[in-house]
Design a protein around this ligand. Structure first.
Ligand code: MLT
Ligand code: MN
Ligand code: ZN
Length: 305
């Protein structure tokens, strides 16, 4: 099973178009040791030909260009993207759907009913797309059932409801429902190995810890280093928790959560906000991750399981 990290940054990417924080400015001027990153997305395939695109980022066209396996060129119009699955209805995860409109058949789209409702109403992407290729909706169950995404043979996925937040534009912001935000268990039915992917994870539960402990790799929320990162930099009034993200540092933070997992589990942070000091490869915060055996995802990272 192949996972390709197409985009490892949170909303805005790195550097963000209008941001002159130390990280973004440092990357632009070449004065920090860091890599540029596009917005949050991975692609998963068992056979290396047929891919499940997990999240359709605003950077999807650039991501497809940078990942040749996503264009197998079997016909004059073709794509390796067989289906799209959405983790939530956030702008950085859904607006790339509009860029996939040139298909000649409806785009298979897997998402929870809550997400399908947000992107059909408050941000009516699927209604707009109905005037182009259209989408074939596959509502994701939250009952623990494994499903095989259409057109992606040999891969099974299980959607897991997470404690996080729907997007700011959702009528349910501030009063989240199960299904507004999911984690995804990616299963290799041949080997039994599984990977847990959760770019927006606000809190862990005993059930989630047990699930993660049984994984080959966990690819989880690396948005913020501290709870008040954006506030301290004067960039926003929002705390990490309000946005549905568990910061890495501090008691009960993601690092202490990941330390509880068996050493055999590969631990990778993804969906990194451009303000996060872990993006700087020689920062003390990055050194702390290394001491904990935790990696930082980058665009182009490949994981086999
Ligand atoms: C989030 O996950 O909270 C988003 O990256 C925010 C955004 O896209 O503006
Ligand atoms: Mn996001
Ligand atoms: Zn920035």
């Amino acid at each position: 099973m192949h996972i390709r990290v197409l985009g490892s940054a949170a909303g805005g990417g790195f550097p963000q178009w209008n941001c002159n924080c130390a990280n973004c400015q440092g990357l632009r001027t070449g004065t920090v040791k860091a890599r540029a990153r596009t917005q949050s997305s991975i692609a998963v395939s068992a056979n290396g030909q047929d891919w499940l695109l997990v999240n359709a980022s605003p950077d999807v066209l650039q991501q497809v260009r940078e990942h040749p396996p996503l264009q197998p060129a079997r016909a004059v119009r073709d794509s390796g993207i067989a289906a799209v699955l959405l983790m939530d209805a956030q702008i950085d995860h859904v607006t790339g759907l509009l860029m996939l409109r040139e298909r000649s058949t409806p785009l298979p789209l897997l998402a929870t009913p809550e997400v399908l409702s947000d992107i059909g109403n408050a941000l009516p992407l699927t209604r707009v797309l109905s005037h182009y290729c259209g989408v074939a909706e596959h509502p994701l169950p939250l009952d623990g059932r494994a499903i095989e995404p259409p057109g992606v043979p040999g891969l099974q996925v299980v959607a897991v409801a997470l404690d996080s937040q729907p997007p700011p534009y959702s009528p349910f912001r501030g009063r989240p429902r199960p299904g507004d935000n999911i984690g995804l268990l990616l299963k290799n039915p041949q080997s039994g190995a599984q990977v847990f992917y959760a770019p927006g994870l606000g809190a862990l539960t005993p059930a989630l810890r047990a699930l993660m402990a049984g994984c080959h790799t966990v690819l989880v929320d690396g948005t913020f280093w501290t709870e008040d990162e954006m506030i301290r930099l004067g960039l926003s009034k929002k705390r990490a928790a309000e946005m549905g993200h568990l910061p890495q540092s501090g008691p009960g933070g993601m690092l202490s959560e990941l330390s509880r997992l068996p050493a055999s589990v590969r631990k990778v942070l993804i969906h990194i906000n451009n303000t996060n000091p872990i993006l700087i490869e020689d920062s003390p915060e990055r050194a702390e991750l290394v001491r904990h055996g935790v990696e930082v995802a980058h665009d182009g990272m490949v994981i086999h399981f």
